[in-house]
Write a protein that binds this ligand. Sequence first.
Ligand code: ATP
Length: 235
Amino acid sequence: MTLLDVRDLHVDYGGIRAVKGVSFQVGMGELVCLIGANGAGKSSTLRGLSGLVAARGMVNYAGRELTGSPAFERVRAGLVLVPEGRGIFPMLSVDENLSVGAYARSDNAIEADRERVFSLFPRLAERRRQAGGTLSGGEQQMLAIGRALMSRPQLLLLDEPSMGLAPIVVQTIFAVIRQVNAEGVAVLLVEQNARAALQLASRAYVMDSGAITLSGDAKTLLGDAKVRAAYLGEA
Ligand code: ATP
């Protein structure tokens, strides 16, 4: 069943047309990746979906038309972005950053979810009273994902979670993404690290200059000669 149905999405920054009419879908519980070169419009697509920038087109999520609805309403509906650069609050502690993720909730499972985040990322538990800004890059990425999980997403939009991290840390982050997805959370993953993303996802879309130029089964794209040459660094 389709969870997110995007049709003809456009994002402009003044005269710059960053996203030029993309259409794609994410199924319930599916892990889909969006790959492409720098400046292809991947981040802008995620920002448009999360309501952080104005977008034109149709965004149907869980049977609801979201185009034009404010960002907080999308979070409340379960559509949650983990932005590029993480966007954690450097002066707040790990615990406080996680609480920010649960700000729209009033149920009594918040503490259980916090413990769940700590079991996914034991390093965060060890540093729970430490200020976010003092964490390493990898720990900040873990915190950004943990904070998003605190809002109980149904669809997680991840913008370059591997950026600037050592391979071993990337493995930890990707293992958690896989686990969260296995528990039923759908994921739309934007990555420069195309190989790792294609290995993790079931389906993929390739973006180039604001448009989707290729799509299909992730394993098939991993073996595609054009993809290998353009995005996997193979001649
Ligand atoms: P990257 O991996 O570098 O983030 P991307 O595929 O995510 O690349 P976007 O960041 O969405 O691409 O950028 C798409 C285009 O929009 C680029 O030409 C970029 O320079 C431009 N752009 C992005 N953000 C802004 C902004 N705030 N103002 C003006 N132009 C922007």
